[in-house]
Design a protein around this ligand. Structure first.
Ligand SMILES: [Zn+2]
Length: 89
């Protein structure tokens, strides 16, 4: 069983069943549907949980699904996300 790697920058190195080779450092959204279909469900979920899906409304940094804080419908990173109570007092 080949083991896929999810890197800290959100890119993925995965074993391509169709090309029979390692595909390195691709964004999860660049992985073809047929390759996802060839993966096990837990593996697919593991990769999609790390997908970069938005940019921070504050600093413009790429955000992964699991790191996004939503405020008034806009995505923010943890650093830019300031709860209201920070301004009280
Ligand atoms: Zn930010």
């Amino acid at each position: 069983m080949k083991r896929n790697t999810i890197h800290r920058d959100g890119t993925v190195t995965y074993w391509s069943v169709y090309q029979q080779s390692w595909i390195t450092h691709v964004n999860p959204c660049a992985i073809p549907d047929k390759e996802y279909a060839a993966m096990s469900a837990p593996e697919r979920d593991r990769i999609l949980a790390r997908e970069v899906i938005a940019k921070c409304h504050g600093c413009g940094e790429a955000l992964m699904r699991k790191d996004i804080r939503w405020e008034n419908g806009s995505p923010y990173c943890a650093q830019c996300f300031a709860p209201e109570e920070a301004n009280n007092g």
